[in-house]
Ligand binder design. Structure first.
Ligand SMILES: [Cu+2]
Length: 328
């Protein structure tokens, strides 16, 4: 029995490796385009953010081997029963209806498999949930059928992002050299290597903000502010699509994120009429100095008033209350 179990474990490992090799072969077969789907590919889209790398690892190393082994086991059992226990080879069927040992095994083993999957799954979910302190906050709102992007902290609002008309049909998209069903007029611009928090909501119906290269998929629910995050590893343009059926033009509201250098991002924000973090910090520092100066002036003025009030009515209550701020 021990040898038999070892052999099964060995098979599991070999099959897992085989499944991963098959995926790599798919990757080699289809010429990968970064940040968008690839013709004839069977693998997950290449990741350019930590969460996506973790999701790919979870899929390739945990889920694929488990599902491959289970599928093959069921297939072998089916073939065995068809061949060994058909009417010809087994004319007198067994009469028993229960086998306690087998029933315990086929209850406990699936439970254990689910616990293993849940462990890795919850670790990944926790990572999605534990967002590092964001460098940039973006609000994405789904409309029927386009997206708008705001940078609430930087004062840029209502950037509308719509599918390019020429990207709507395959032949016009090819002619115009824009990605079919993905090309948009205004992309969401974010800086490379920075933690971007995406606050996601819907204006009319439920949409979903999804972008495979960064492992994003978050529902855009009217009246609710969901949140996800990513840290892009390289500059470039990455495409996703609305992933919640939202009406007749659901297929025509792509998501395009252009990742640029921090300098280019700052330039974009200024051009869009907003203020960069550096400008806001400088303004805040200037405002602080201004406020301190005003407070000092007010204190000086009030102590002068208190002094004159004290000469007029030294024992009056008004003088005491007027003098109080000056003492502080
Ligand atoms: Cu949709």
């Amino acid at each position: 029995m021990g040898i038999r179990r070892l052999t099964l474990a060995g098979w599991g490992a070999a099959l897992g490796a085989g499944a991963t090799a098959l995926m790599s072969a798919g990757m080699a077969f289809a010429q990968d385009k970064e940040g968008m789907p690839t013709d004839k590919a069977i693998h997950l889209q290449q990741g350019f953010a930590e969460l996506k790398h973790d999701a790919i690892w979870f899929h390739n190393i945990v889920l694929m081997p488990v599902i491959t082994v289970i599928t093959l086991l069921v297939l072998v059992l089916l073939i065995w029963i068809i061949v060994r226990y058909n009417k010809r080879t087994n004319p007198v069927p067994a009469k028993f209806s229960h086998n306690t040992a087998i029933e315990i095994a086929w209850t406990l083993i699936p439970v254990l498999i689910l616990v293993v999957i849940a462990f890795f799954s919850f670790s990944l979910l926790r990572k999605y949930n534990d967002m590092p302190t964001p460098d940039v906050v973006v609000k994405a709102t789904g409309y029927q059928w386009y997206w708008t992007y705001d940078y609430p902290e930087l004062g840029v609002e209502g950037v509308e992002s719509r599918l390019l008309p020429e990207a709507r049909e395959l032949d016009t998209a090819h002619k115009a050299n824009v990605p079919y069903l993905l090309g948009v007029d205004n992309e969401l611009i974010v800086p490379v290597g920075k933690v971007v928090q995406v606050q996601v909501t819907g204006y009319d119906v439920i949409h979903a903000f999804a972008l495979p290269a960064f492992g994003l998929k978050t529902d855009a629910v009217p009246g609710r502010l969901n949140s996800t995050w990513f840290k892009a590893e390289k500059t470039g343009i990455f495409y996703g699509q609305c992933s919640e059926l939202c009406g007749v033009d659901h297929a025509f509201m792509p998501i395009a994120i252009r990742v640029v250098t921090p300098e280019q991002f700052d330039a974009y924000i200024v051009k869009a009429g907003g203020k960069t973090k550096a400008m806001l910090a400088a303004e805040a520092a200037a405002a602080k100095i201004e406020a301190e100066k005003a407070a000092a002036d007010a204190a000086a003025a009030s102590s002068a008033t208190a002094a004159s009030a004290a000469t007029d009515a030294p024992a009056g209550e008004a003088a005491v209350s007027a003098a109080a701020p000056a003492v502080q």
